[in-house]
Design a protein around this ligand. Structure first.
Ligand code: FES
Ligand SMILES: [Fe+2]
Length: 456
């Protein structure tokens, strides 16, 4: 019996999960070894949905995708479909894309502009702020004492942005976004705030299915420079018309840095990634911009703007400076991802440069692109092969660069010498382990001391 004066009773918040209590056995980063189970086990995956994807800050949009009031897009947080909507006051809100009546999918369009969302099933309509406004046969609902104000769309617990990148979390206990990103902001600034005008996402979202565990993709971008000179060698030769640099012999200093499981590996060649798109105009553009970035930030970061480098923001968001592909690895079970990719460019770049970047990204990091196909095949076979009955009982090795930590570096984050390293992958899996083991945010060990102030 519904009493309109009382708040509706919440039946359940979390599923009755039976946690996998063996994280110490599955992942031991002090020795650089881990079990193959984490790539195919359904119980591990269900726990990831609860403790990683329903808990962490997840990338949901770039502000440039929804500039005007009423602009919206639909995306995913874990396996949950969410609507991200620009409000009349310019703020951004996000809700589960499901009607609170019977749970029907509310909005079927992936992007658009609207004044309201109306459910196909029984006609409940919602304002862009999520409030339930009306419905078919509303008198009958009113007669039964329904309180409309208690049946709006389910919002995310927190939403915030950094340099135009919008993140949300389902967990009200999550730390602030600034604390979550921590020292990684120092490096993000070099890419998403080169000249004070920020970036924009152009050309829409390209989606594809890859039959791999999401962690293979995320850990590849967090720190696997190692594979680039081998896996992508033939593709890179095709793009640049000659051999690529042998990364492990590249002159100059290179690093891996990580913080809270996020990781960035880079050298300082300024344009190495960009050059692999095979368009000299883009390389010229970055060289011209470099002094301005040096003045705005510092000389060191100005050398990263298109360098051979990659980054993952834990858990499932990655990008490549210079190649300008930005992507999320959306989990669809332990052995499949929906890959969402965008091209990002500096807002201030000439239109011709933006077009060149969009085309360059399309022929490299796209379902038909030369580099995407290289990676996808490796991740699919790694996922599938790890599930073999005897195979699954053999550990994997992540010990490259175990003794390369630089204790006296002035750079923010945990800094390691050499981008040919597995330091960032170890940090990624350590964070994964810590989150999977902890029942709530307050139990997650704080391993990394921030250098940057929270409000930086
Ligand atoms: S399920 Fe949406 S109105 Fe009934
Ligand atoms: Fe790759």
């Amino acid at each position: 019996m519904c009493n309109s004066n009382e708040a509706p009773v919440r039946l359940t918040r979390r599923p009755a999960a039976s946690p996998v209590d063996e994280m110490d056995r599955l992942v031991d980063m002090s020795s650089g070894r881990m079990s193959r189970e984490i790539f195919w086990d359904r119980g591990v995956y269900e726990q990831e949905l609860d403790r990683i994807f329903a808990r962490c800050w997840l990338f949901i949009a770039h502000e440039s995708q929804i500039p005007k009031p009423g602009d919206y897009l639909s995306t995913y947080m874990g396996e949950d479909n969410v609507l991200v909507v620009r409000q009349k006051d310019g703020s951004i809100r996000a809700f589960l894309n499901t009607c609170p009546h019977r749970g029907n999918k509310l909005c079927f369009s992936e992007v658009g502009n609207t004044r309201q969302f109306i459910c196909n099933y029984h006609g409940w309509s919602f304002a862009i702020d999520g409030e339930l406004k009306g419905m078919y046969a509303s008198e009958a609902f009113e007669a039964s004492g329904m309180d409309k104000s208690a049946h709006g769309l389910h919002p995310v617990a927190k939403i915030d942005s950094y340099k135009g990148l919008v993140f949300a979390t389902f967990d009200p206990e999550a730390p602030s976004l600034a604390e979550y990103l921590g020292d990684m902001r120092y490096y993000l600034d070099a890419i998403f705030d080169m000249d004070g005008q920020g970036v924009e996402f152009i050309g829409g979202c390209v989606k594809s299915i890859v039959k791999c565990n999401w962690k293979f993709a995320a850990e590849n971008f967090v720190g696997d420079a190692l594979h680039a000179g081998w896996t992508h060698d033939s593709g890179a030769r095709a793009m640049v018309g000659g051999p690529v640099a042998e990364l492990h012999k590249a002159p100059g200093e290179s690093y891996q840095v990580n913080f809270n499981g996020h990781g960035y590996e880079f050298n300082q060649d300024i344009v190495g990634n960009c050059a692999s798109l095979g368009d000299k105009e883009l390389v010229k553009y970055l060289y011209k911009l470099q002094p301005e970035v040096a003045e705005r930030h510092d000389e060191f970061r100005s050398r990263l703007i298109g360098a051979i480098s990659s980054c993952t923001i834990f858990p499932n968001t990655s990008f490549l400076p210079g190649q300008n592909t930005f992507r999320t690895w959306q989990p669809r079970g332990p052995d499949e991802i929906e890959l969402h990719t965008w091209t990002f460019v500096n807002k201030s770049a000439p239109q011709e440069i933006k077009d060149r970047w969009r085309k360059g990204t399309m022929i490299t990091f796209n379902p038909a692109g030369v580099f995407e196909m290289d990676d996808g095949e490796n991740w699919e076979y790694s996922t599938r092969t790890n599930a073999g009955y005897v195979t699954r009982q053999q550990d994997l090795y992540l010990g490259l660069g175990m003794a390369t930590r630089l204790q006296d570096s002035d750079l923010p984050g945990n800094v390691f010498r050499g981008q040919i390293n597995e330091a960032n992958q170890r940090a990624f899996y350590q964070r994964w382990h810590d989150l999977m083991k902890a029942g709530r945010w307050s139990e997650v060990p704080q391993r990394d001391e921030p250098t940057l102030k929270e409000t930086a």
